[in-house]
Design a protein around this ligand. Structure first.
Ligand SMILES: Nc1ncnc2c1ncn2[C@@H]1O[C@H](COP(=O)(O)OP(=O)(O)O)[C@@H](O)[C@H]1O
Ligand SMILES: [Mg+2]
Length: 359
């Protein structure tokens, strides 16, 4: 018999005033896996999390932990008996309790009977020398670490985290994310982490659940979401994108960059050809000549620089194509600041292009 997933959510639906904010959401999270529920503000992420936690109730759908039903529309285990831990944006530490008692809060007997577990966790979040401190004596990053230790102390089977890093200073965040991830992996709990930041999801997730208007529109490893988006909006969620439009003529679409195969899209239908700025290739203009067409890069199109900016680790160079006056942006590592008006040849890396029917 195969082991059931640690967390399984089946066909969850939740409506407010007749509007479905969670609309048939299903997914699984394995033990030791970090799944990120990613999507724009208001798409239903927190509502999904709250239902799993047991602080809100679905209109239909079921939730299982280790194959055991914990909640459907007729049966419901109360939140405190679900072995599910919670961690929210504001950390919500108890201000009148020292760090030791905060971490021991979910453990029967408090700190006095759980010194070993509390000590071990505080050591792992590097807060051992703050056992007797009170929350107001700690920085935001330190409070976050205590909150994480508290959430993990009872060894939850599933840990739910709602935007747990968004209250932190931008410059501290990446380090805290990495430390948090290392601890979550050691504890081997299943984690469902809510975020609206694609970078955070890419950094933390084994599996991304991309959500839009109450539905999961794509799920998979970060690599798959970034490199094989299901539609233009999914592509645009992870970076700026360039979009060329065309029309299907006999399974091909003509562009200034040559023809693109657009199989499966009906004749005459509008097509969007999408490429990320870092996958645009740039070549120099040599006495009116550009590079010869290749299978890898297609045909080069002549363009002129309209603006170039240096952003620190990369330069963003904006172009307008000579043919069709199409605006395109290229991202180039390091410093590359050609003056406006400079003619250059652009190519689209064919293996990096996404083709979608225009909706
Ligand atoms: N208790 C509630 N009553 C009415 N509407 C709600 C309630 N909770 C959430 N909503 C609405 O449901 C939608 C999804 O909210 P939420 O799950 O918090 O989104 P997210 O966490 O993705 O930003 C929003 O439009 C929000 O206003
Ligand atoms: Mg939310």
């Amino acid at each position: 018999m195969t082991t059931p997933p640690r967390l399984e959510v089946q066909h969850l639906i939740r409506a407010f005033d007749g509007l479905r904010v969670v609309d048939d959401v299903s997914f699984t999270v394995a033990a030791g896996e970090v799944a990120c529920l990613l999507g724009p503000s208001g798409c239903g992420k927190s509502t999904t999390l709250r239902i799993v936690a047991g602080v809100d109730m679905q209109d239909s759908g079921s939730i299982f932990v280790d194959g055991r039903l914990i909640c459907d529309t007729v049966f419901r285990i109360p939140p405190e008996r679900r072995a599910i831990g919670l961690m929210f944006q504001d950390f919500a530490l108890f201000p009148h309790l020292p760090v030791s008692e905060n971490v021991a809060f979910g453990l029967p007997g408090g700190f006095a009977t759980n010194r070993a577990r509390v000590g071990e966790l505080l050591e792992r979040v590097q807060m051992s020398n703050h056992v007797d401190s009170y929350p107001h004596e700690l920085s935001g990053g330190e409070q976050q670490r205590v909150a994480l230790a508290r959430a993990l102390a009872p060894k939850p089977r599933v840990l739910l985290m709602d935007e747990p890093f968004s209250g932190l200073d931008e410059r501290l965040r990446d380090g805290i994310r990495d430390d948090t991830l290392a601890l979550l992996k050691e504890e081997r709990t299943a984690v469902l982490l809510v975020t609206h930041e694609p970078d955070e999801a890419m950094r933390m997730a084994d599996q991304i659940l991309l959500m839009r208007a109450g539905r999961i529109v794509q799920q998979g490893a970060p690599y798959n979401l970034y490199n094989a988006p299901v539609d233009r909006r999914a592509a645009a969620f992870f970076s700026d994108i360039n979009v060329l439009t065309g029309q299907v003529r006999g399974a091909l679409t003509d562009t200034p960059f040559g023809q693109f195969l657009t199989p499966g899209i009906p004749e005459g239908h509008a097509v969007e050809i999408v490429i990320r700025p870092q996958h645009l290739k740039i070549d120099f203009h040599r006495a009116g000549q550009g590079p010869a067409p290749t299978a890898e890069n297609g045909t080069a199109a002549l363009a002129r620089v309209t603006r170039a900016r240096y952003l620190g680790s990369e330069s963003l160079v904006e172009f307008a194509t000579e043919m069709g006056d199409i605006a395109l942006t290229a991202s180039v590592p390091g410093v590359f600041l050609p003056p406006a008006g400079t003619p250059m040849w652009l190519m689209l890396r064919r293996d990096r292009v996404f083709v979608f029917p225009k909706i």
